[in-house]
Design a protein. Sequence first.
Length: 495
Amino acid sequence: MADPKGFMTTPRQEWPRRPVEERVGDWKEIYVPGALLPIISKQADRCMDCGIPFCHDACPLGNLIPEWNDLVSREDWRAASDRLHATNNFPEFTGRLCPAPCEAGCVLAINQPAVTIKNVECAIADRAWEEGFTSPRPPDRLSGKTVAVIGSGPTGLAAAQQLTRAGHTVALYEKNDRLGGLMRYGIPEFKMEKHHLDRRLEQMRVEGTKFRTSTTVGRDVGAAELRARYDAVVIATGATAWRELPVPGRELAGIHQAMEYLPLANRVCEGDLETSPLSAAGKHVVIVGGGDTGADCLGTTVREGAASVTQLDIYAQPGTERDEDTEPWPTYPKIYRLSGAHEEARDLRKAPAADADARLFAASTLRFTGDADGHVRSLHLVEVDAQRRPLPGTDRSLPADLVLLALGFTGPDREDGLVDQLGLTMEPRGTIARDAGFATNVPGVFAAGDAARGQSLIVWAIAEGRAVAAAVDCHLTGSSRLPAPIGPYDRPMRV
């Protein structure tokens, strides 16, 4: 604890964002470059070095937060990087993309603004790359065992890196032409520039992980054939089966799933396309769904030049303070948060019909109507109460040339044939069933991440990847020294 009074004398200061007018003109990350390091040591001083650090429990990775806070406050960046990477393969990802349940569990957050844990993590990760603290760690010897990992999202990448470092020969299969899963084609560039992903992939290549892109297991290569070829298989395909909106008019042109829209915008940033076929330029856009994916769509439509954009959230607008009765500390509370995308839409007045920023709260879609050519032109909605019951007399309509559905995901997409070809047992909610050791009903086949857990956070995805790697290592060798931060049935803290 470098400064015993830091939490009393230093106010919380977050990484400043670039001006809205500047950042919506490009696809770069929204934060001011270089503005984090000058403030972060004093912010780390605010850590109280608690006797029982609940931030550990709030983070499924078990990040050693007080330890690396102390090291950062002393500006010992190498040691801080070592402690951070001891529990997290990809802190530059989580430092940018995680909603930071660790901060909700910070003891200081009981009656003060929490320590900026996420910013400290990001600063350590970026400094580690700048100073060369992230050298590849190839194994000293090979085990002679082979593992196929299916899916290159955070779970698949974490599992592959851990198993490669343990000495197994790992081949990672990805259906897309580039690696990264939703981090590549789902997360917009303004939230995480893809060079962060590319340099970590290069580290894995040097360590010995083999990559097989543009290969859909179940279609391009048979799932049973793949199982016969390897000593173990890890399914980490994510939860890509999207939820639908079964209302009248859904068949109209111009209504698309978020994950049909976002990958095209990312391909423009990759240089594959000059303009997205689903570009929001000049259109009135309505996004159905109040979560992070909807916010990603929001920021993307603003940068594409939408005429207007409104995001519908079926829940009532939350308050700005934690409700201690329903969501007491240290649980992660549902409070009003202003993402960069919402700030942009608010300041640019992109959603004149919204309650706050670009969001219209407590709103449920009734139907869509279109023009004579069968293209959507309006979305009709109604206000709802806390039980989602329509409130009489609150019907209204919004202009809509483009509608994006961001309603979440249920489990793995079964159209590729992987699940059926292997004969995997499924849970009633659509996820892959597994036992306490991450093993499916098929010997030698393991399942991890959103494909088995269901839609979750990036920290849970990486934790699952690390844990399934330990399970596979034990299966192949009889024991394992790899860390297993969580079990398959662990869940976030709730009341």
